[in-house]
Design a protein around this ligand. Sequence first.
Ligand SMILES: [Zn+2]
Length: 162
Amino acid sequence: MKQKEQEELIYINKMMKIPYKWRTGEVWGEFFRELKENGIIYANQCPTCGRAFCLPKDVCTRDHTRCTDRSKWIPVGPKGTLVTYFMAEQSFLLPTTGEMLKIPFAVGIILLDGATVILQHQLEETDEEKIKIFMRVEAVIKPKAERKGNIFDIVHFRTITE
Ligand SMILES: [Zn+2]
């Protein structure tokens, strides 16, 4: 049998826009609702080991206990300690806002007062010479009218002296 000659395919290059929404779930939903409505950063505590997660978790990563009991939530921060950081020199598009981040910027790994698990967020300080491990920082939260119920309701963490 004679093989059919390979047909040349015709292609159309087209960029597709695919808007989507990602449900936060019960725990993050409550976290972002409190941040938006009251400007309070919460951690949820594991009823078994007592660790306080910020961002809150559905399940403890150590002992797999469910952490959804709202009575175990505690306000943390807004002050905290910088545990480490990294400098970002490549901008990227924020999926939540569609904006490009201005570079360079520093991303801090922050232990909020009262929490036992770290939070990652942008630092106000962009001069690496002025960023010191274990320096004290404080969350700058947007005015209520500007909050949207996402992590960027915290603008950044500013350096503080105590
Ligand atoms: Zn635990």
